[in-house]
Design a protein around this ligand. Structure first.
Ligand code: ADP
Length: 552
């Protein structure tokens, strides 16, 4: 029997039009390069996004054409987020923190036809423009200098360059937008993985996958994006669609607050205060610097009480969650990856855990959380699922309507999917009886000592809970007898001192003896990728020949 319900497409034009009709007065605030705040309302956003869509059509955008962006988080990027897919194109956000060679590779591999770029990022574009194949480059004048002057000052590389247009001029004399009939399975957006494991791989999101991800993440227990919220995505819009927040917030008509290029702790705290931000999101490195600023000057900022901070991309430690609680700020821990749009699990306390002690609740809150509705998880040890006992480790495999089923134009990665259709995340996890997923490692970062797995993340979090430790990375170093042993690489807080013995004693209270690192080396800095992840491969290479002193 067929249902009697409408087949209504899940497409992004609905979210844009809804925003224009219902939320015209909601505000969008963006910090510009000169630190001033640009303000306008959804009315303007809606009109300008449609104008950009019309302009792209006039420039010859066809269904499925890729439009790249090289932009910070601000109003114009939000306009592109909606204009490109609503015009039938595919929004491809380029990660401006990557090496120019990688950006060129990614843009060419994706087949990008157009580029929208912030004027302040033109010097970066110049570093790869002779290798990129854009037909048209649209420049957003954020720094309020005339684009023509800037363009005129650019050195000529001798190769034919793309035509250049001014974003504002393009919008102001755009032809009326003729919305195409979109199919919910049409490509709408595209992101490349950060490439910590080999060449960057392209994931292509559909209208449907973005809409369902928005509906699921907006729910109260997960990100809980409400109309009344002032939402500030610190996670860049070039990093897995800023975890979907621009789509979710516009769907709800929330106030949006964009930090532009100013991501230092003080600028962010100033913005949180002036705009009374209630929901923000980013990677742990951002929150570490925010925490340090708050601890240094606790009375300096008056933030919205109970501001929620979604933390993901790398593990949020229990120490961090506790520290923010002291300031009345609530850390919400989540997990995801480019291939999962990205949000897959988010932490909230289940009803049955409400009566547990504060200690136990913190242990649970530091886990990566519960799977979203329609997002299924399993942990595999070889061919069999491992029990949900909170102890047995297995590889996290996932499936759902916003999980990638393949990569763009790349066949040799087929082993990332199991024969029965699950995506192999490469993360090692435990799942407990209540369903909380806890990431213990990346497969490639695991320490396997004498046949037993040691969780580097558990050791790192325990080290980070020491009052004088700023951050720690635990890596595997080769060992003649055990195969591998853990080595801790530790950064101490500025001006603090600690000995190896002290830190070992600190760990000894929490872990079995064989888990304790063979050594602890102190460094000034842990190398990180453009998306805030520790570059353990670099550390493994650096300490490849490291030996315990008494074994030399
Ligand atoms: P993203 O760009 O979303 O960071 P990537 O695909 O580059 O996605 O990286 C995803 C990986 O980041 C995950 O497979 C996992 O190893 C790590 N990760 C993400 N969130 C967390 C978290 N909360 N705790 C620990 N690791 C995380």
């Amino acid at each position: 029997m067929q249902s009697t319900m409408m087949r209504f497409p899940l497409t992004l034009d609905h979210i844009l039009e809804r925003a224009g009709k219902l939320f015209g007065k909601s505000e969008i605030v963006s910090r510009l390069p000169d630190r001033t705040l640009h303000r306008y309302a959804y009315n303007d956003f809606h009109r300008r996004a449609r104008a950009l869509a019309g302009a792209l059509q006039r420039l010859g955008l066809k269904r499925g054409d890729r439009v790249a962006t090289l932009m910070w988080n601000h109003y114009a990027h939000l306009e592109a987020y909606f204009a490109v897919p609503c015009a039938g194109g595919v929004l491809h956000t380029l990660n401006l923190r990557l090496h120019p060679d990688d950006i060129a590779y990614i843009a060419n591999h994706a087949g990008d036809r157009f580029l929208i770029v912030d004027d302040i990022l033109l010097p970066l574009y110049d570093k790869f423009r002779d290798r990129a194949r854009f037909e048209q480059v649209i420049v957003v004048s954020l720094s309020r200098e005339k684009v023509a002057e800037r363009a005129g000052s650019l050195p000529s590389s001798g190769t034919p360059t793309a035509g250049r247009a001014d974003y504002e001029a393009l919008i102001s004399d755009a032809a009326p937008f003729t919305p195409p009939a979109l199919d919910e399975n049409d490509a709408a957006g595209m992101c490349y993985t950060s490439g910590t494991t080999g060449k960057p791989k392209g994931v292509v999101y559909s209208h449907r996958s973005i809409v369902l991800h928005s509906l699921a993440t907006a729910t109260v227990d997960y990100m809980g994006v409400a109309h009344a919220d002032a939402v500030c995505p610190v996670v860049p819009m070039f990093h897995v669609n800023a975890w979907g927040i621009p789509f979710t917030a516009v769907m709800m008509g929330s106030k949006l607050v964009f930090p532009g290029p100013h991501l230092d702790a003080e600028s962010l705290l100033d913005l949180y205060q002036s705009e009374q931000v209630t929901l923000t999101a980013g990677v742990p490195t951002i929150w570490m610097s925010i925490l340090q600023a708050l601890e240094k000057a606790p009375a300096r900022w008056r933030l919205a009480p109970g501001m929620r901070m979604v933390v993901g991309g790398a593990a949020a430690s229990e120490t961090m969650i506790r520290a923010f609680d002291k300031f009345g700020l609530r850390v919400t821990h989540g997990w995801g990856m480019t291939e999962t749009s990205p949000v897959g699990t988010v932490n909230y306390l289940k009803r049955e855990l409400g009566g547990r002690s504060a200690e136990e609740q913190y242990v649970t809150r530091a886990k990566q959380g519960m799977p979203l509705p329609f997002f299924e998880v399993r942990a595999m040890g070889g061919e069999a699922e491992v029990p949900w006992d909170g102890m047995t480790m297995g590889e996290l495999q996932v499936r759902g309507p916003w999980v990638a089923a393949g990569y763009h134009d790349l066949d040799q990665e087929a082993d990332k999917w199991t024969a029965d259709g699950w995506f192999r995340t490469g993360d090692i996890v435990t799942i407990d009886a209540a369903g909380y997923v806890k990431i213990t490692d990346r497969i490639k970062d695991l320490v396997k000592s004498g046949g037993e797995w040691i969780s580097s993340i558990d050791l790192e979090n325990a080290l980070a809970s020491h009052p004088r430790v700023a951050e720690a990375a635990v890596i595997a170093v080769p060992h003649p007898k055990w195969g591998e042993r853990p080595l801790a690489v530790v950064v101490l807080k500025a001006g603090d001192a600690a000995t190896e013995e002290e830190l070992r004693d600190h760990l000894a209270t929490k872990f079995a003896k064989f888990w304790l690192p063979d050594g602890i080396v102190f460094v000034n800095e842990i190398p990180r990728t453009s998306t805030g992840k520790m570059m353990k491969a670099v550390l493994r290479e650096r300490y490849r020949d490291w030996r315990k002193r008494d074994e030399e």
